[in-house]
Design a protein around this ligand. Structure first.
Ligand SMILES: Nc1nc2c(c(=O)[nH]1)N(C=O)[C@@H](CNc1ccc(C(=O)N[C@@H](CCC(=O)O)C(=O)O)cc1)CN2
Ligand SMILES: Nc1nc2c(ncn2[C@@H]2O[C@H](COP(=O)(O)OP(=O)(O)OP(=O)(O)O)[C@@H](O)[C@H]2O)c(=O)[nH]1
Ligand SMILES: [Mg+2]
Length: 464
Protein backbone atom coordinates (compact mmCIF):
# COMPACT_ATOMS: atom_id res chain seq x y z
CA UNK A 1 0.00 0.00 0.00
CA UNK A 2 1.14 3.51 -0.77
CA UNK A 3 2.14 5.49 2.28
CA UNK A 4 4.09 8.70 1.76
CA UNK A 5 5.33 8.63 5.37
CA UNK A 6 6.81 5.13 4.92
CA UNK A 7 10.42 5.59 3.92
CA UNK A 8 11.32 1.90 3.68
CA UNK A 9 9.92 1.47 0.18
CA UNK A 10 12.00 2.24 -2.88
CA UNK A 11 10.28 4.66 -5.25
CA UNK A 12 10.77 5.35 -8.96
CA UNK A 13 9.41 7.72 -11.59
CA UNK A 14 10.18 9.38 -14.90
CA UNK A 15 11.73 12.72 -13.89
CA UNK A 16 11.66 14.47 -17.25
CA UNK A 17 8.48 15.99 -18.72
CA UNK A 18 6.10 13.79 -20.70
CA UNK A 19 6.59 13.88 -24.43
CA UNK A 20 9.48 13.52 -26.82
CA UNK A 21 12.92 14.82 -25.85
CA UNK A 22 16.60 14.30 -26.49
CA UNK A 23 17.01 12.19 -23.40
CA UNK A 24 14.73 11.22 -20.55
CA UNK A 25 15.63 10.47 -16.95
CA UNK A 26 14.28 7.83 -14.63
CA UNK A 27 14.93 8.35 -10.98
CA UNK A 28 14.99 5.68 -8.29
CA UNK A 29 15.36 6.40 -4.55
CA UNK A 30 15.58 4.01 -1.64
CA UNK A 31 17.58 1.12 -0.28
CA UNK A 32 16.88 -1.17 -3.26
CA UNK A 33 18.14 1.34 -5.82
CA UNK A 34 21.49 -0.21 -6.62
CA UNK A 35 20.27 -3.82 -6.52
CA UNK A 36 17.38 -2.98 -8.85
CA UNK A 37 19.84 -1.42 -11.28
CA UNK A 38 22.09 -4.46 -11.04
CA UNK A 39 19.23 -6.83 -11.88
CA UNK A 40 18.14 -4.94 -15.01
CA UNK A 41 21.46 -3.54 -16.26
CA UNK A 42 23.67 -5.26 -18.80
CA UNK A 43 26.91 -3.29 -18.72
CA UNK A 44 28.70 -2.35 -21.93
CA UNK A 45 31.94 -3.40 -20.20
CA UNK A 46 31.60 -6.54 -18.12
CA UNK A 47 34.25 -5.28 -15.67
CA UNK A 48 31.61 -2.86 -14.39
CA UNK A 49 30.06 -5.69 -12.37
CA UNK A 50 33.40 -6.50 -10.66
CA UNK A 51 32.63 -3.93 -8.06
CA UNK A 52 29.01 -3.26 -7.26
CA UNK A 53 27.58 -0.76 -6.46
CA UNK A 54 29.54 1.13 -9.10
CA UNK A 55 31.65 4.17 -8.35
CA UNK A 56 29.50 6.97 -6.97
CA UNK A 57 28.51 9.80 -9.32
CA UNK A 58 30.16 8.11 -12.32
CA UNK A 59 28.11 7.49 -15.44
CA UNK A 60 28.14 3.89 -16.64
CA UNK A 61 26.86 2.69 -19.98
CA UNK A 62 24.78 -0.39 -20.71
CA UNK A 63 21.43 -1.82 -21.73
CA UNK A 64 18.27 -2.08 -19.70
CA UNK A 65 17.11 -5.68 -20.01
CA UNK A 66 13.99 -7.29 -18.61
CA UNK A 67 15.39 -10.11 -16.41
CA UNK A 68 12.33 -12.34 -17.08
CA UNK A 69 12.23 -12.13 -20.86
CA UNK A 70 15.74 -10.85 -21.63
CA UNK A 71 14.10 -8.23 -23.86
CA UNK A 72 16.27 -5.15 -24.33
CA UNK A 73 14.34 -1.99 -23.38
CA UNK A 74 16.88 0.76 -24.04
CA UNK A 75 20.54 1.66 -24.33
CA UNK A 76 21.28 3.99 -21.42
CA UNK A 77 23.69 5.82 -19.17
CA UNK A 78 23.16 5.20 -15.48
CA UNK A 79 24.58 6.66 -12.30
CA UNK A 80 24.59 5.54 -8.68
CA UNK A 81 24.58 8.08 -5.85
CA UNK A 82 24.90 6.64 -2.35
CA UNK A 83 22.93 8.17 0.51
CA UNK A 84 22.90 10.20 2.63
CA UNK A 85 24.72 12.72 0.38
CA UNK A 86 21.95 12.85 -2.23
CA UNK A 87 18.87 14.94 -3.02
CA UNK A 88 16.57 12.58 -1.10
CA UNK A 89 19.18 11.53 1.45
CA UNK A 90 18.72 7.93 0.29
CA UNK A 91 20.58 5.77 -2.22
CA UNK A 92 19.62 7.15 -5.64
CA UNK A 93 19.98 5.73 -9.13
CA UNK A 94 19.31 7.76 -12.25
CA UNK A 95 18.94 6.16 -15.66
CA UNK A 96 19.33 8.39 -18.70
CA UNK A 97 17.49 6.82 -21.61
CA UNK A 98 16.15 7.94 -24.94
CA UNK A 99 13.55 10.62 -24.41
CA UNK A 100 10.35 9.06 -25.71
CA UNK A 101 7.31 8.29 -23.60
CA UNK A 102 7.03 4.66 -24.71
CA UNK A 103 10.69 3.75 -24.29
CA UNK A 104 10.88 5.52 -20.90
CA UNK A 105 7.65 3.82 -19.84
CA UNK A 106 9.17 0.44 -20.72
CA UNK A 107 12.30 1.14 -18.64
CA UNK A 108 10.19 2.36 -15.72
CA UNK A 109 8.04 -0.78 -15.89
CA UNK A 110 11.17 -2.90 -15.71
CA UNK A 111 12.35 -0.96 -12.65
CA UNK A 112 8.95 -1.37 -10.98
CA UNK A 113 8.98 -5.13 -11.70
CA UNK A 114 12.07 -5.41 -9.47
CA UNK A 115 10.46 -4.10 -6.31
CA UNK A 116 10.21 -0.33 -6.58
CA UNK A 117 6.83 1.37 -6.53
CA UNK A 118 5.74 4.38 -8.55
CA UNK A 119 6.49 7.64 -6.72
CA UNK A 120 3.68 10.00 -5.80
CA UNK A 121 3.86 13.65 -6.96
CA UNK A 122 6.58 15.42 -5.01
CA UNK A 123 7.60 12.29 -3.15
CA UNK A 124 11.33 12.62 -3.85
CA UNK A 125 11.28 16.12 -2.38
CA UNK A 126 9.04 14.95 0.47
CA UNK A 127 11.69 12.36 1.30
CA UNK A 128 14.38 15.04 1.12
CA UNK A 129 12.35 16.89 3.77
CA UNK A 130 11.57 13.83 5.92
CA UNK A 131 15.23 12.78 5.80
CA UNK A 132 16.36 16.22 6.94
CA UNK A 133 18.07 17.18 3.66
CA UNK A 134 16.00 20.37 3.52
CA UNK A 135 13.42 22.09 5.64
CA UNK A 136 9.83 22.66 4.56
CA UNK A 137 10.46 26.22 3.30
CA UNK A 138 13.10 24.86 0.93
CA UNK A 139 10.87 22.00 -0.22
CA UNK A 140 7.99 24.40 -0.89
CA UNK A 141 10.31 26.64 -2.90
CA UNK A 142 11.30 23.77 -5.18
CA UNK A 143 7.78 23.75 -6.64
CA UNK A 144 7.80 27.55 -6.96
CA UNK A 145 11.12 27.38 -8.77
CA UNK A 146 9.79 24.87 -11.28
CA UNK A 147 6.61 26.86 -11.87
CA UNK A 148 8.22 30.33 -11.92
CA UNK A 149 7.00 32.32 -14.93
CA UNK A 150 9.34 35.29 -14.56
CA UNK A 151 13.01 35.61 -13.78
CA UNK A 152 12.06 37.56 -10.63
CA UNK A 153 9.87 34.71 -9.39
CA UNK A 154 12.63 32.21 -10.17
CA UNK A 155 15.16 34.35 -8.29
CA UNK A 156 12.97 34.50 -5.19
CA UNK A 157 12.31 30.76 -5.30
CA UNK A 158 16.00 29.99 -5.77
CA UNK A 159 16.81 32.12 -2.70
CA UNK A 160 14.36 30.01 -0.68
CA UNK A 161 15.67 26.71 -2.08
CA UNK A 162 19.09 27.88 -0.95
CA UNK A 163 17.77 28.32 2.60
CA UNK A 164 17.24 32.10 2.58
CA UNK A 165 13.97 32.04 4.49
CA UNK A 166 15.07 29.08 6.61
CA UNK A 167 18.10 30.98 7.88
CA UNK A 168 16.09 34.08 8.75
CA UNK A 169 13.47 32.03 10.55
CA UNK A 170 16.15 30.13 12.44
CA UNK A 171 17.68 33.42 13.56
CA UNK A 172 14.34 34.65 14.91
CA UNK A 173 13.71 31.29 16.57
CA UNK A 174 17.01 31.57 18.40
CA UNK A 175 16.03 34.98 19.75
CA UNK A 176 12.62 33.63 20.80
CA UNK A 177 14.28 30.74 22.58
CA UNK A 178 16.63 33.06 24.43
CA UNK A 179 13.69 35.20 25.53
CA UNK A 180 11.82 32.09 26.58
CA UNK A 181 14.74 30.92 28.67
CA UNK A 182 14.88 34.28 30.48
CA UNK A 183 11.13 34.36 31.01
CA UNK A 184 11.18 30.83 32.37
CA UNK A 185 14.07 31.66 34.67
CA UNK A 186 12.11 34.62 36.01
CA UNK A 187 9.15 32.31 36.46
CA UNK A 188 11.18 29.67 38.33
CA UNK A 189 13.40 31.74 40.59
CA UNK A 190 11.59 34.83 41.64
CA UNK A 191 8.31 36.53 41.15
CA UNK A 192 9.85 39.87 40.34
CA UNK A 193 12.81 39.52 38.03
CA UNK A 194 14.11 43.02 38.55
CA UNK A 195 13.98 45.87 36.08
CA UNK A 196 17.26 45.07 34.39
CA UNK A 197 16.10 41.58 33.48
CA UNK A 198 12.73 42.76 32.18
CA UNK A 199 14.41 45.39 30.08
CA UNK A 200 16.88 43.01 28.51
CA UNK A 201 14.10 40.59 27.57
CA UNK A 202 12.14 43.45 26.04
CA UNK A 203 15.18 44.67 24.15
CA UNK A 204 15.64 41.21 22.68
CA UNK A 205 11.98 41.08 21.61
CA UNK A 206 12.12 44.58 20.15
CA UNK A 207 15.23 43.81 18.13
CA UNK A 208 15.49 40.15 17.26
CA UNK A 209 11.86 39.07 17.20
CA UNK A 210 9.07 41.54 16.52
CA UNK A 211 10.60 43.74 13.76
CA UNK A 212 12.01 40.88 11.68
CA UNK A 213 8.70 38.99 11.98
CA UNK A 214 6.83 42.10 10.84
CA UNK A 215 9.21 42.67 7.95
CA UNK A 216 8.84 39.13 6.68
CA UNK A 217 5.04 39.29 6.95
CA UNK A 218 5.05 42.54 4.98
CA UNK A 219 7.32 41.06 2.36
CA UNK A 220 4.75 38.31 1.89
CA UNK A 221 2.24 40.98 0.86
CA UNK A 222 4.53 41.81 -2.03
CA UNK A 223 4.89 38.15 -2.91
CA UNK A 224 1.58 37.89 -4.65
CA UNK A 225 2.46 40.79 -6.92
CA UNK A 226 5.82 39.24 -7.77
CA UNK A 227 4.44 35.81 -8.47
CA UNK A 228 1.17 36.68 -10.19
CA UNK A 229 1.83 40.22 -11.37
CA UNK A 230 -0.57 43.15 -11.36
CA UNK A 231 -3.75 43.81 -13.29
CA UNK A 232 -3.33 47.28 -14.78
CA UNK A 233 -6.25 49.14 -16.38
CA UNK A 234 -5.49 51.89 -18.90
CA UNK A 235 -8.30 54.45 -18.62
CA UNK A 236 -8.99 58.00 -19.74
CA UNK A 237 -11.08 60.23 -21.97
CA UNK A 238 -11.65 59.17 -25.60
CA UNK A 239 -8.83 59.61 -28.12
CA UNK A 240 -6.08 60.38 -25.57
CA UNK A 241 -4.07 57.41 -26.89
CA UNK A 242 -4.91 54.58 -24.48
CA UNK A 243 -4.90 51.93 -27.19
CA UNK A 244 -1.71 53.35 -28.69
CA UNK A 245 -0.07 53.19 -25.27
CA UNK A 246 -1.24 49.62 -24.74
CA UNK A 247 0.24 48.63 -28.11
CA UNK A 248 3.50 50.41 -27.36
CA UNK A 249 3.87 48.60 -24.03
CA UNK A 250 2.84 45.27 -25.54
CA UNK A 251 5.17 45.70 -28.50
CA UNK A 252 2.42 44.69 -30.93
CA UNK A 253 -0.70 46.11 -32.58
CA UNK A 254 -3.03 44.45 -30.11
CA UNK A 255 -5.73 47.13 -29.85
CA UNK A 256 -7.42 49.09 -32.65
CA UNK A 257 -6.20 52.70 -32.98
CA UNK A 258 -8.20 55.30 -34.96
CA UNK A 259 -8.43 59.06 -35.21
CA UNK A 260 -12.10 58.81 -34.32
CA UNK A 261 -12.83 59.00 -30.60
CA UNK A 262 -14.77 56.05 -29.23
CA UNK A 263 -12.81 53.39 -31.09
CA UNK A 264 -12.29 50.95 -28.23
CA UNK A 265 -15.44 49.30 -26.94
CA UNK A 266 -14.64 45.99 -25.29
CA UNK A 267 -11.88 45.64 -22.75
CA UNK A 268 -8.76 44.38 -24.56
CA UNK A 269 -6.40 42.42 -22.30
CA UNK A 270 -2.78 41.55 -22.94
CA UNK A 271 -0.11 40.08 -20.66
CA UNK A 272 3.21 41.93 -20.82
CA UNK A 273 6.53 41.71 -19.02
CA UNK A 274 7.69 45.08 -17.71
CA UNK A 275 11.23 45.10 -16.31
CA UNK A 276 10.92 41.39 -15.58
CA UNK A 277 7.57 41.71 -13.82
CA UNK A 278 4.17 40.48 -14.96
CA UNK A 279 1.39 42.90 -15.82
CA UNK A 280 -1.93 42.18 -17.45
CA UNK A 281 -2.86 45.35 -19.30
CA UNK A 282 -6.51 46.17 -19.96
CA UNK A 283 -7.18 48.77 -22.65
CA UNK A 284 -10.62 50.27 -22.07
CA UNK A 285 -13.21 52.43 -23.77
CA UNK A 286 -12.73 56.18 -23.50
CA UNK A 287 -14.90 57.66 -20.75
CA UNK A 288 -17.58 60.15 -21.81
CA UNK A 289 -21.35 60.42 -21.90
CA UNK A 290 -22.67 59.01 -25.12
CA UNK A 291 -25.99 58.11 -26.67
CA UNK A 292 -24.51 55.06 -28.38
CA UNK A 293 -25.75 51.94 -26.59
CA UNK A 294 -22.68 49.85 -27.46
CA UNK A 295 -20.31 52.59 -26.36
CA UNK A 296 -22.15 52.94 -23.03
CA UNK A 297 -21.78 49.21 -22.38
CA UNK A 298 -18.09 49.58 -23.18
CA UNK A 299 -17.80 52.45 -20.69
CA UNK A 300 -19.51 50.35 -18.03
CA UNK A 301 -16.95 47.61 -18.72
CA UNK A 302 -14.16 50.16 -18.41
CA UNK A 303 -15.49 51.08 -14.95
CA UNK A 304 -15.69 47.40 -13.99
CA UNK A 305 -12.10 46.93 -15.17
CA UNK A 306 -11.03 49.85 -12.97
CA UNK A 307 -12.69 48.18 -9.99
CA UNK A 308 -10.92 44.87 -10.63
CA UNK A 309 -7.46 46.27 -11.25
CA UNK A 310 -4.46 46.52 -8.91
CA UNK A 311 -3.12 49.53 -10.79
CA UNK A 312 -4.88 52.24 -12.80
CA UNK A 313 -2.95 54.05 -15.53
CA UNK A 314 -4.91 57.26 -16.12
CA UNK A 315 -4.03 58.74 -19.52
CA UNK A 316 -4.57 62.43 -20.33
CA UNK A 317 -3.30 64.63 -23.16
CA UNK A 318 -0.10 66.55 -22.69
CA UNK A 319 -0.06 70.29 -23.22
CA UNK A 320 -2.46 71.53 -20.60
CA UNK A 321 -3.53 71.00 -17.02
CA UNK A 322 -6.17 68.48 -16.05
CA UNK A 323 -9.62 69.25 -17.40
CA UNK A 324 -12.55 69.02 -14.98
CA UNK A 325 -13.48 65.69 -16.66
CA UNK A 326 -9.96 64.37 -16.09
CA UNK A 327 -10.10 65.48 -12.46
CA UNK A 328 -13.37 63.60 -12.03
CA UNK A 329 -11.79 60.51 -13.62
CA UNK A 330 -8.85 60.80 -11.26
CA UNK A 331 -11.23 60.83 -8.28
CA UNK A 332 -13.00 57.75 -9.67
CA UNK A 333 -9.67 56.00 -10.14
CA UNK A 334 -8.62 56.79 -6.58
CA UNK A 335 -11.90 55.38 -5.28
CA UNK A 336 -11.39 52.12 -7.22
CA UNK A 337 -7.75 51.43 -6.55
CA UNK A 338 -4.91 52.41 -4.23
CA UNK A 339 -2.29 52.48 -6.96
CA UNK A 340 -2.86 55.14 -9.63
CA UNK A 341 -0.38 56.42 -12.24
CA UNK A 342 -0.91 59.69 -14.14
CA UNK A 343 0.33 59.62 -17.73
CA UNK A 344 0.41 62.60 -20.10
CA UNK A 345 0.47 61.23 -23.66
CA UNK A 346 1.25 62.82 -27.07
CA UNK A 347 4.35 64.51 -25.74
CA UNK A 348 5.62 64.70 -29.36
CA UNK A 349 2.90 67.26 -30.10
CA UNK A 350 3.94 69.37 -27.09
CA UNK A 351 7.71 69.17 -26.92
CA UNK A 352 9.06 70.64 -23.71
CA UNK A 353 5.81 70.05 -21.86
CA UNK A 354 6.64 69.35 -18.25
CA UNK A 355 3.71 68.24 -16.09
CA UNK A 356 3.73 69.79 -12.66
CA UNK A 357 3.49 67.40 -9.70
CA UNK A 358 -0.10 66.97 -8.64
CA UNK A 359 -0.69 66.20 -4.97
CA UNK A 360 0.95 62.82 -4.33
CA UNK A 361 1.44 62.15 -8.02
CA UNK A 362 4.55 62.45 -10.10
CA UNK A 363 3.02 62.35 -13.58
CA UNK A 364 4.92 60.67 -16.40
CA UNK A 365 4.97 62.28 -19.85
CA UNK A 366 5.19 59.95 -22.85
CA UNK A 367 4.59 59.70 -26.52
CA UNK A 368 2.98 56.40 -27.48
CA UNK A 369 3.78 57.35 -31.05
CA UNK A 370 7.55 57.91 -30.78
CA UNK A 371 8.22 55.85 -27.65
CA UNK A 372 9.61 58.86 -25.80
CA UNK A 373 9.20 58.57 -22.03
CA UNK A 374 8.03 54.96 -22.14
CA UNK A 375 11.03 53.79 -20.12
CA UNK A 376 10.01 56.25 -17.38
CA UNK A 377 6.51 54.80 -17.46
CA UNK A 378 7.89 51.27 -17.16
CA UNK A 379 9.94 52.38 -14.15
CA UNK A 380 6.87 53.94 -12.57
CA UNK A 381 4.94 50.69 -13.13
CA UNK A 382 7.73 48.70 -11.53
CA UNK A 383 7.78 51.08 -8.59
CA UNK A 384 4.02 50.78 -8.19
CA UNK A 385 4.36 47.00 -8.06
CA UNK A 386 7.15 47.22 -5.53
CA UNK A 387 5.09 49.67 -3.49
CA UNK A 388 7.88 52.17 -3.29
CA UNK A 389 10.59 49.72 -2.27
CA UNK A 390 14.13 50.09 -3.63
CA UNK A 391 14.09 49.84 -7.39
CA UNK A 392 17.27 47.90 -7.74
CA UNK A 393 16.84 45.75 -4.66
CA UNK A 394 16.52 42.05 -5.35
CA UNK A 395 13.11 40.72 -4.46
CA UNK A 396 14.86 38.90 -1.65
CA UNK A 397 12.94 36.79 0.76
CA UNK A 398 9.24 36.63 0.03
CA UNK A 399 7.23 34.19 2.15
CA UNK A 400 4.23 32.44 0.62
CA UNK A 401 0.67 32.50 1.99
CA UNK A 402 1.12 29.56 4.33
CA UNK A 403 4.30 31.06 5.70
CA UNK A 404 2.67 34.48 5.98
CA UNK A 405 -0.07 32.98 8.17
CA UNK A 406 2.54 31.39 10.43
CA UNK A 407 4.49 34.67 10.63
CA UNK A 408 1.38 36.63 11.57
CA UNK A 409 0.48 34.08 14.27
CA UNK A 410 4.01 34.26 15.63
CA UNK A 411 3.90 38.06 15.56
CA UNK A 412 0.63 38.13 17.47
CA UNK A 413 1.93 35.75 20.15
CA UNK A 414 5.17 37.72 20.47
CA UNK A 415 3.20 40.97 20.88
CA UNK A 416 1.04 39.31 23.56
CA UNK A 417 4.14 38.04 25.30
CA UNK A 418 5.52 41.58 25.30
CA UNK A 419 2.43 42.87 27.14
CA UNK A 420 2.67 40.04 29.68
CA UNK A 421 6.34 40.75 30.28
CA UNK A 422 5.52 44.40 30.98
CA UNK A 423 2.99 43.18 33.55
CA UNK A 424 5.59 40.68 34.85
CA UNK A 425 3.00 37.96 34.27
CA UNK A 426 5.78 35.45 33.63
CA UNK A 427 3.67 32.35 33.33
CA UNK A 428 1.44 33.85 30.64
CA UNK A 429 4.47 35.35 28.92
CA UNK A 430 6.15 31.94 28.82
CA UNK A 431 3.01 30.45 27.27
CA UNK A 432 2.86 33.14 24.57
CA UNK A 433 6.55 32.76 23.78
CA UNK A 434 6.05 29.05 23.32
CA UNK A 435 3.12 29.73 20.99
CA UNK A 436 5.26 32.13 18.95
CA UNK A 437 7.94 29.48 18.68
CA UNK A 438 5.48 26.80 17.56
CA UNK A 439 3.96 29.07 14.91
CA UNK A 440 7.36 29.88 13.50
CA UNK A 441 8.46 26.25 13.52
CA UNK A 442 5.58 25.52 11.14
CA UNK A 443 7.57 27.34 8.46
CA UNK A 444 10.48 24.97 8.87
CA UNK A 445 8.08 22.02 8.96
CA UNK A 446 8.68 21.15 12.61
CA UNK A 447 5.52 19.57 13.99
CA UNK A 448 3.44 19.89 10.81
CA UNK A 449 0.83 17.20 10.24
CA UNK A 450 0.96 14.72 7.35
CA UNK A 451 -2.22 16.40 6.01
CA UNK A 452 -0.39 19.67 5.53
CA UNK A 453 2.50 17.84 3.89
CA UNK A 454 0.01 16.08 1.58
CA UNK A 455 -1.42 19.42 0.57
CA UNK A 456 1.97 21.02 -0.07
CA UNK A 457 3.36 18.12 -2.08
CA UNK A 458 0.17 17.69 -4.11
CA UNK A 459 1.30 20.77 -6.11
CA UNK A 460 4.39 18.92 -7.32
CA UNK A 461 4.73 16.84 -10.43
CA UNK A 462 5.60 13.15 -10.43
CA UNK A 463 9.35 12.65 -10.44
CA UNK A 464 10.18 15.77 -8.38
N1 LIG B 1 20.37 14.63 -12.57
C1 LIG B 1 19.88 15.42 -11.63
N2 LIG B 1 19.92 16.76 -11.75
C2 LIG B 1 19.41 17.56 -10.77
C3 LIG B 1 18.83 17.04 -9.60
C4 LIG B 1 18.81 15.61 -9.48
O1 LIG B 1 18.32 15.06 -8.48
N3 LIG B 1 19.35 14.85 -10.51
N4 LIG B 1 18.30 17.90 -8.65
C5 LIG B 1 17.25 17.61 -7.82
O2 LIG B 1 16.16 17.37 -8.23
C6 LIG B 1 18.79 19.26 -8.59
C7 LIG B 1 20.10 19.27 -7.85
N5 LIG B 1 19.88 19.08 -6.44
C8 LIG B 1 20.68 18.40 -5.56
C9 LIG B 1 20.48 18.61 -4.20
C10 LIG B 1 21.28 17.99 -3.28
C11 LIG B 1 22.31 17.14 -3.68
C12 LIG B 1 23.20 16.55 -2.67
O3 LIG B 1 22.78 16.32 -1.58
N6 LIG B 1 24.51 16.30 -2.99
C13 LIG B 1 25.52 15.84 -2.07
C14 LIG B 1 26.91 16.02 -2.65
C15 LIG B 1 27.20 15.10 -3.74
C16 LIG B 1 28.67 15.17 -4.17
O4 LIG B 1 29.06 16.24 -4.68
O5 LIG B 1 29.38 14.22 -3.97
C17 LIG B 1 25.57 16.62 -0.78
O6 LIG B 1 25.37 17.85 -0.83
O7 LIG B 1 25.84 16.01 0.25
C18 LIG B 1 22.50 16.92 -5.05
C19 LIG B 1 21.68 17.54 -5.97
C20 LIG B 1 18.85 19.82 -9.96
N7 LIG B 1 19.49 18.91 -10.92
N1 LIG C 1 0.99 62.54 -32.14
C1 LIG C 1 0.54 61.55 -31.39
N2 LIG C 1 -0.61 60.95 -31.66
C2 LIG C 1 -1.02 59.95 -30.89
C3 LIG C 1 -0.25 59.49 -29.79
N3 LIG C 1 -0.91 58.46 -29.21
C4 LIG C 1 -2.04 58.30 -29.93
N4 LIG C 1 -2.11 59.18 -30.93
C5 LIG C 1 -3.17 59.31 -31.93
O1 LIG C 1 -4.37 59.64 -31.26
C6 LIG C 1 -5.48 59.03 -31.87
C7 LIG C 1 -6.26 58.17 -30.86
O2 LIG C 1 -5.43 57.13 -30.43
P1 LIG C 1 -6.00 55.84 -29.69
O3 LIG C 1 -4.86 55.07 -29.20
O4 LIG C 1 -6.99 55.13 -30.55
O5 LIG C 1 -6.77 56.55 -28.50
P2 LIG C 1 -7.71 55.90 -27.40
O6 LIG C 1 -7.52 56.63 -26.14
O7 LIG C 1 -7.53 54.43 -27.35
O8 LIG C 1 -9.14 56.26 -27.97
P3 LIG C 1 -10.55 55.55 -27.65
O9 LIG C 1 -10.36 54.09 -27.75
O10 LIG C 1 -11.40 56.09 -28.73
O11 LIG C 1 -10.95 56.01 -26.32
C8 LIG C 1 -4.92 58.22 -33.02
O12 LIG C 1 -5.02 58.95 -34.19
C9 LIG C 1 -3.48 58.03 -32.64
O13 LIG C 1 -2.63 57.84 -33.75
C10 LIG C 1 0.98 60.13 -29.52
O14 LIG C 1 1.72 59.84 -28.59
N5 LIG C 1 1.33 61.18 -30.35
MG1 LIG D 1 -8.80 52.95 -27.72
Amino acid sequence: MFDAMNLSQTIAAIATPPGVGGIGVIRISGSLSSSILKSIFQPAHSSLFDIWPPQAYKLIRGKIVDPQTSAVKDDVLAVFMPGPGTYTGEDVVEIQGHGGPVVLGAVLETVLSQGARLAEPGEFTRRAFLNGRMDLSQAEAVVDLIHARTSQAAKTAATHVGGGLKNQVKGILESIMECRAHVEAALDFSEDAGDGETESILAKLDQGVIPPLRELAEAAELGKAYMEGLKAAIVGRPNVGKSSLMNALAGQERSIVTETPGATRDVVREPVLIRGLHFTLSDTAGMRTSSDAVEMIGIQRAKDAMGESDLIILVVEAGSDLSPEDQELLRQAERSCNRVLMVYNKLDLHPGFNPSPLGDYTPVAVSAKTGQGLEGLRQAMEKALRQGRELDAAPGIIPNLRQKGALEDALQSAAHARDRILEEAWELAAFDMEEAQKSLEQILGIGVSPDILDRIFSYFCIGK
